[in-house]
Design a protein around this ligand. Sequence first.
Ligand code: MF3
Ligand code: CO
Ligand code: CO
Length: 274
Amino acid sequence: MKDYSPEAPFRGITLLSSREIEAMRPACKLSSELLDFLTPMVKPGVSTLELNDAAEQWTRQHGATSAPLGYGGPPGAINFPKSICTSINNVVCHGIPNKKDILQDGDIINIDVTPFFNGYHGDSSRTFMVGTVSPIARKLVEVTEQAMWKGIEAVKPGGRIGDIGAAIQAYAESEGFSVVRDFVGHGVHRIFHAEPQIPHYGVRGKGKKIRPGMVFTIEPMLNVGTYEVALLDDQWTAVTQDGSLSAQFEHTLAVSKSGVEVLTYFPAAVPALA
Ligand code: MF3
Ligand code: CO
Ligand code: CO
């Protein structure tokens, strides 16, 4: 396959060569493994600070660093003070781990991790159901994960970025949920948040062209009620304006000439037969 010149920008969007994508794989694999590592800890009684500290330790033990830790935020906000984002129930994204947020039976929690390794970022998140959750919470989580996959399936070299949001929005709204506007997917490589922006709503055929070598996230946030969000005083924590539940899933993916590869997706290994 043709190699693109190293990190050649195209209209401000970095296109990665296949060599660069190879160099990015370990960070992406770590993000999946880190979420797998945290999964058994997601139980009633655990604090989000405990999840954060376990994630930070695991990340360092694997020779990586946590990109969120100290990440510069919007003007007026402090740098992000923790290693992962933990967003419970009505928190849309960017929840800050702390010792007072203790998981309870019936909660849903998004855990968003971004290990930085070998000069690259791997950005992925999943929403977990804690114990027994309400039928609407379960439906929201399942539809949000499916919506992310509908967005991923809409990625075609030669297609448009609007195709992604259109697919996500049509599915989410058909199931009665709203799609958050204020946060988008993003280019991700050596830089944590790069061009292009990937809205999770939109119109098919609109937006920039999707080209081989583009690497970006798809990370839809779906709400039970209004899509509008509010920011807490910490300037990071985004919550639903109406207090309704919100869920999110995220993968990092690379566009090739033939299609798309989900760099942070590692299906659970099938146990070998004895
Ligand atoms: N991982 C988040 C994303 O998907 C970004 C978190 S920025 C932080 O883009 F500073 F809050 F960590
Ligand atoms: Co992201
Ligand atoms: Co993320």
